[in-house]
Design a protein around this ligand. Structure first.
Ligand code: SF4
Length: 201
């Protein structure tokens, strides 16, 4: 029997905190959409040429591109796939946040790398870089798709699958994000599940 494909968004969640794929996929509890998520989803703002760095000249931009790979065990919808005038394929993601002058967080880099790997599988073409566009401050970051990030993504897929199949709760961590994390109410309570209104399935 074919394995169920995991959504790429779980890779991002995993790198934020490994508890979240467990809570989503085993306890079937997901965070309700926040205002910024709803505004991002309903703004209908699609990725356009102006969201690319100036030196990247697009020939074509396809938006909301469905991607899947049984080999990688992942599926998802990429915000945009750019084909440059030189024929290079560049996966692009738009984030409803800002990063100031810092580097993109690991969760965003891992998610974009996962999409890059899916593009390679589906289009049979090497992907060398991707673009992250942060809507709140307009930052455009070009990310090199390197071997170490690819290995991290493959390892994360394996680990998430292990968590889901064995229904194994990852070790709880005290992360700086915990106090403001929506899942705090679930993973910090000893007698788990969440309010029924937020349960899925
Ligand atoms: S509260 Fe902390 S440990 Fe729990 S899911 Fe959030 S970040 Fe992870």
């Amino acid at each position: 029997m074919e394995e169920e494909l995991l959504p790429v968004s779980l890779i991002r969640q995993y790198f934020f905190c490994p508890q979240i794929p467990y809570i989503n996929m085993v306890l079937h509890v997901v965070e309700p959409e926040t205002e910024s998520m709803i505004s991002g989803r309903t703004s209908h703002e699609k990725f356009r040429a102006q969201h690319l760095p100036r030196n990247m000249k697009p020939r074509r931009i396809a938006t909301e591109v469905p991607l899947s790979s049984p080999k990688l065990g992942l599926c998802g919808i990429l915000d945009a796939l750019v084909e440059t005038v030189f024929g290079e394929l560049v996966p692009c993601e738009m984030k409803n946040s800002s990063i100031g002058c810092g580097n993109p967080p690991l969760k965003d880099r891992a998610q974009l790398t996962a999409y890059a790997m899916l593009v390679e599988e589906q289009y049979r073409k090497t992907v060398k870089r991707g673009v992250l566009f942060y809507r709140e401050d307009g930052r455009k970051v070009v990310l090199t798709v390197d071997e170490s990030m690819r290995r991290l993504v493959i390892k994360a897929v394996r680990e998430i699958r292990g968590i889901v199949e064995a229904e194994r709760m990852p070790e709880r961590k005290n992360l700086s994000a915990c106090p403001s994390c929506w899942y705090n109410r679930i993973c910090r309570s000893s007698s788990s599940p969440a309010p029924s209104a937020h349960r899925i399935r």
